[in-house]
Write a protein that binds this ligand. Structure first.
Ligand SMILES: [Zn+2]
Length: 264
């Protein structure tokens, strides 16, 4: 990259961060759940920035927003692509969902993207990370003999950030991952996507997971892809309806907005 290319790239990153609602973190949060989410997202984005392609960010927000509109959750949903070769996706309380460009590169269609986003949306609607972080903070507060005071304005950003770092490194319980898979396939189906795309994503992950360093965090924080496939098959994923609309237009959109940017 030449020096003259740097300024527009930084400018684009700032624009994307503003669009994602993250410029100037920590910022005002509408409620405690969002405050926890902002601290978590700041941690995650400390390790990898948002990808500068605004077109790709907009597209991922459209797909994610469509699926999220099928939930009852009144969240201010924000979706983002992280610029890293690591293969992973993250959900954070308050409606934040992030997918890495490394995982996006492995996907072949909008339906597969929908599967990844729907799993993360399910984590948010079931408050998996939020409840885990609250439990951790309560335990810490109890240890210090203090009352946890999570509802106050100006929640302790540093403590939240630390709690979220521990959680995102350790991962959730296996049962919550299975629950997110199950709710995710239901949500993507309601949104008009083919639920078998979730199995296709897991099969891809299974094909890569053995010793690939890009998969290290995902592998250590989730049940194996094979266990997740078995669970979904036992739960009856193959009985879910397959959309009648052809996937061609969706795949063309995906190729235009994602593959054209990431796969050169
Ligand atoms: Zn998960």
């Amino acid at each position: 990259m030449t020096t003259c290319n740097r300024t527009p790239r930084v400018g684009a990153l700032v624009a994307v961060a503003i669009a994602f609602g993250l410029a100037g973190l920590p910022a005002y949060a509408h409620n405690d759940e969002e405050a926890v989410g902002r601290a978590s997202v700041a941690r995650i984005m400390g390790a990898a920035p948002l990808h500068p392609s605004q077109d790709m960010q907009r597209y991922v927000n459209l797909v994610g927003g469509l699926i999220a509109s099928k939930t009852d959750a009144k969240q201010n949903w924000r979706f983002g692509v992280l610029d890293t070769e690591s293969v992973n996706a993250f959900a954070a309380p308050g409606g934040f969902v992030l997918i890495t460009s490394g995982l996006l590169k492995q996907l072949g269609s909008e339906d597969e993207l929908a599967a990844v986003l729907a799993h993360e949306i399910a984590h948010v609607t079931r408050q998996h990370h939020y409840q885990a972080i609250l439990r951790q903070r309560n335990a810490e507060a109890a240890m210090k003999g203090l009352q946890a005071d999570l509802g106050k304005d100006g929640a302790d950003f540093a403590a939240l950030s630390k709690a979220s770092a521990v959680l995102y490194a350790r991962g959730l319980d296996k049962s919550t991952e299975y629950e997110a898979d199950l709710i995710g396939v239901q949500l993507m189906t309601i949104a008009g996507y083919d639920p078998s795309a979730h199995l296709a994503v897991l099969e891809k992950l299974d094909g890569m997971s053995h010793g690939d360093p890009r998969m290290a965090l995902l592998t250590s924080t989730h049940p194996s892809a094979k266990e997740r496939i078995d669970y979904l098959v036992r739960a009856g994923i193959e009985r879910l309806p397959i959309p009648t609309a052809s996937a061609q237009a969706r795949t063309a959109r995906f190729n235009r907005s994602v593959r054209a940017v990431l796969v050169k």
